[in-house]
Design a protein around this ligand. Structure first.
Ligand code: SF4
Length: 84
């Protein structure tokens, strides 16, 4: 079972930690062209540029378990979750 999925998404690098996902699907509701639930009802990235970066960030922020990490590829800084 693959636990992490990393793909380039516009100016963001999005990483999902599948073992943290509790299938709440709020990420899918906010950015439905980026995230989906697979047959196990666990998040997966379906399109690296499916939604605007702002929506992808909102989707990550909506996740109750912080299963989505977003890194700004221009600065290499982690945008979400905030580290400080
Ligand atoms: S919001 Fe978080 S817990 Fe819910 S489906 Fe997306 S990654 Fe999983």
């Amino acid at each position: 079972m693959k636990t992490d999925t990393t793909q380039q998404v516009g100016k963001y690098l999005i990483k999902v930690t599948r073992e943290k996902c509790i299938s709440a699907a709020s990420c899918v509701a906010i950015a439905p062209h980026t995230f989906a639930l697979d047959e196990e009802q666990i998040v997966k990235i379906i399109n690296q540029s499916g939604d605007a970066p702002d929506l992808q960030l909102l989707a990550a922020q909506s996740c109750p378990t912080m299963a989505i990490t977003i890194i700004d590829t221009e600065t290499d800084e982690q945008v979400w979750p905030q580290e400080n």
